[in-house]
Design a binder for this molecule. Structure first.
Ligand SMILES: [Mn+2]
Length: 287
C-alpha cells in the first residue's frame, strides 16, 4: 500500500483500509502553481480542522460514522518532480480501484486530477467529468508546460474527447479557451444555473466530480492560489452538492485550498465541510 505520512485522520473516517468502501487520500502537490503556492499543506490542515465539524450532515441526512470510510493519509510525493509525482498518484489510485475502493482525493493543486482520471477511465470507459471551478483550465500549454494546473482539464479532454466534460462556475480564462470550449466541453459560465439539466443527463453515467474550491467567491474562500472574485456562495455550492445525490459518482477530488493565505481558518473550514458532503455523496451505493 501507499506510505502514510501522518496520524490524524479526517473526523469520522476511522475505518481500516481493508474494510473501507470509500477511501480518502491526500495528494499534497503544488509543483506547477503559477501564482501563490501552498496547496501542499491542504490535506493535513483539512484533517486537523475537520474536528470542528460534526460527523452528521443535515444536508445529506447521513453520518460519516455510519459508513465504511477510511482516511489513508497522504501519498508520499517527490517534490519538484511533476512527472514522478503524477506517477505516484496514479499508482495509488490504481491500487484503490484494484481493491474496489471509491477514491476521494484531497489536493494539492488541480493537476492531481489528471492521474486519477487516467486510472478511472480504464475501469469506466464511459466516464464523464463534472468540473466546478472559477477557471477554464483548458490551455493546451502554460508557460511552456503541457502539464499544469492551468491545462489539467485540457489534458483530461485528451483522454475523454468531446461531450464528456461539464464545467460550472467558470469566470476566468483566455478568449481562446472560451472559444475552444464551445465545441469541446459543456461550459456554464459564472454559476450553476443549468446544473439540474446536466444532472438529469448524467444519471445513468459513471461520473467523476472535481471541485476546485476557487469556484467559491473569495469572500468565503480566500485561501487559494488564484483567487477569482465573482464566485458562487457557500450555500449555492451546498445546494449543488445536495442536487448531485442521484448521480453515481465513481470518484472525486477537492483541490486548491492553500490554507495559509486565510489566517482566519474560514477557507479550511469550507474545505472540511465540502469534504464531508462529498464523502457522503460517494457512499451512495453502500448499504
Ligand atoms: Mn481554479
Amino acid at each position: 500500500m501507499m506510505k502514510i505520512e501522518n496520524n490524524t485522520v479526517f473526523i469520522g473516517m476511522n475505518t481500516s483500509y481493508e474494510r473501507s468502501a470509500v477511501v480518502l487520500v491526500g495528494a499534497p502537490f503544488d509543483g506547477t502553481t503559477s501564482y501563490r503556492p501552498g496547496a501542499r499543506f491542504a490535506p493535513d490542515q483539512i484533517r486537523i480542522d475537520s474536528y470542528g465539524l460534526e460527523t452528521y450532515s443535515p444536508y445529506m441526512k447521513k453520518d460519516l460514522e455510519d459508513f465504511p470510510i477510511g482516511d489513508m493519509g497522504n501519498i508520499s510525493l517527490p517534490y519538484g518532480n511533476t512527472i514522478k509525482a503524477l506517477e505516484q498518484i496514479k499508482a495509488t489510485i490504481t491500487t484503490l480501484l484494484q481493491d474496489n475502493k471509491i477514491p476521494l482525493l484531497l489536493g494539492g493543486e488541480h493537476l492531481v486530477t489528471l492521474p486519477a482520471i487516467e486510472v478511472l477511465i480504464n475501469k469506466y470507459p464511459d466516464l464523464h467529468i463534472l468540473h466546478f471551478d472559477a477557471h477554464t483550465d483548458l490551455r493546451d500549454h502554460y508557460l511552456g508546460e503541457r502539464l499544469s494546473h492551468a491545462t489539467v482539464i485540457r489534458r483530461v479532454h485528451d483522454l475523454l474527447g468531446d461531450g464528456r466534460i461539464f464545467q460550472f462556475g467558470i469566470r476566468s480564462g483566455t478568449r481562446e479557451e472560451f472559444e475552444w470550449a464551445k465545441t469541446h466541453t459543456y461550459l456554464q459560465p459564472f454559476d450553476l444555473t443549468t446544473l439540474k439539466s446536466v444532472i438529469d443527463k448524467l444519471v445513468q453515467k459513471p461520473v467523476y466530480l472535481t471541485i476546485d474550491l476557487d469556484i467559491l467567491d473569495p469572500s468565503i474562500f480566500s485561501g487559494t492560489g488564484t483567487p477569482e472574485p465573482g464566485g458562487i456562495t457557500m450555500n449555492e455550492l451546498l445546494n449543488a452538492l445536495i442536487s448531485l445525490r442521484p448521480l453515481s459518482l465513481v470518484g472525486a477530488d477537492i483541490v486548491e485550498l492553500s490554507p495559509h493565505y486565510d489566517t482566519s481558518g474560514v477557507s479550511t473550514a469550507v474545505a472540511c465541510k465540502v469534504t464531508r458532503e462529498v464523502a457522503l455523496l460517494l457512499t451512495k451505493g453502500i448499504i
